[in-house]
Design a protein around this ligand. Structure first.
Ligand code: SF4
Length: 259
C-alpha cells in the first residue's frame, strides 16, 4: 500500500502521480484496474441503482426522468406516476397535460413527457409494450442513448452490455487516469477495454456511489477515499493550506488564556 504523503507535499504528489499515470505501461494499468475493482467491491458491496422500480418499464421511465434531476426527487414522483400509468400502453395514451403536471418537479418536464410518451408508443407498436432486452433496439427508441440503455439492460435484465457513463463515472474515470476522453461514448469504450466484463454492471453503480459520497466534483475527499492508494488524482487540485487563525494557534499552543 502506498504511504500517505505529508500534507505539505500534496502538490508534488499530485504532479508525480499524474505523470506516472501518463507513463504507465498497459500491464501496470491493467493491474491497477484489477485493484480498483477489488477495492470498489470491498467499499460498495451492495451498490445498485438508486431509482425505485419494479420492472424494466418503470426503470426506463425513471431513468428518463433522472436527467438533470436527483434520484431522490424522481423517487418522490414515480409511485403516483406508475400507479396512474402502470405500463407502456397506459403511458402512451396518457393525457399530456396530466403527465407534465405529475413530473413537473423533475425539471425539463415538457421534453421529458414528450420523450416518455414517444418512447412508450414505440414500445407498444414495435415490442408488444415490453422493454426489449437489446442494446440496438433500445437506442433506436426516441430519447434513449447508451447511458439509459445500459442502466436498463444492466439493472433490470442483468446484461453487461456496457458501462453507464454519467457525470460521476466520467469525472472519476479521468481522475483515476483510466481515460482522457470527454465524450461519454469514448469514455465508455476506454473503460470497457480495461474493466473485466463481469464487473461492468457493479463498476458503474459503485463509481456513481463513490462520486456522490467521496469523489465529489468540487472537493473530493481523498483522505477518506478507499481508492487513494491506486489513484493518480489526475486534474485534482491540491487542497489549499488551511489558514490558521491567531486564536486557534493560541489554543493549540496552550497560550490562549480563554482555553
Ligand atoms: S477521492 Fe481522490 S483519491 Fe479518491 S478517486 Fe477521487 S481523486 Fe482519487
Amino acid at each position: 500500500m502506498a504511504k500517505r504523503m505529508p500534507a505539505g507535499a500534496a502538490h508534488g504528489k499530485k504532479t508525480a502521480r499524474a505523470a506516472s499515470a501518463a507513463d504507465e505501461s498497459p500491464q501496470k494499468l491493467r493491474h491497477r484496474v484489477r485493484r480498483i475493482v477489488q477495492l470498489l467491491n470491498q467499499a460498495y458491496p451492495g451498490a445498485t441503482c438508486a431509482l425505485h422500480h419494479r420492472n424494466p418499464y418503470e426503470l426506463l421511465v425513471a431513468t428518463i426522468l433522472s436527467a438533470q434531476c436527483t434520484d431522490e426527487r424522481v423517487n418522490m414522483v414515480t409511485p403516483e406516476l406508475f400507479r396512474r400509468f402502470p405500463d407502456a400502453q397506459a403511458m402512451a395514451s396518457a393525457p399530456r397535460e396530466e403527465l407534465e403536471r405529475m413530473i413537473q418537479s423533475t425539471g425539463f418536464y415538457r421534453a421529458k413527457a414528450k420523450n416518455i410518451q414517444e418512447c412508450c408508443r414505440q414500445l407498444v407498436e414495435r415490442h408488444q409494450g415490453q422493454v426489449p432486452p437489446d442494446m440496438d433496439a433500445l437506442v433506436a427508441l426516441p430519447g434513449i442513448g447508451r447511458k439509459t440503455a445500459n442502466v436498463v439492460l444492466g439493472t433490470a435484465y442483468g446484461l453487461p452490455t456496457g458501462i453507464v457513463v454519467d457525470t460521476h463515472v466520467a469525472r472519476i474515470a479521468k481522475r483515476l487516469g483510466l481515460t482522457r476522453q470527454n465524450d461519454p461514448n469514448k469514455i465508455e469504450q476506454d473503460l470497457m477495454a480495461l474493466v473485466p466484463r463481469q464487473s461492468w454492471i457493479d463498476f458503474s453503480h459503485q463509481l456513481i456511489h463513490h462520486g456522490r459520497r467521496i469523489c465529489k466534483a468540487r472537493r473530493p475527499l481523498c483522505d477518506q477515499c478507499p481508492l487513494e492508494e491506486v489513484c493518480p488524482k489526475v486534474g485534482v487540485a491540491a487542497a489549499p493550506a488551511q489558514k490558521t487563525s491567531p486564536s486557534a494557534s493560541r489554543k493549540r499552543s496552550g497560550t490562549d488564556p480563554r482555553a
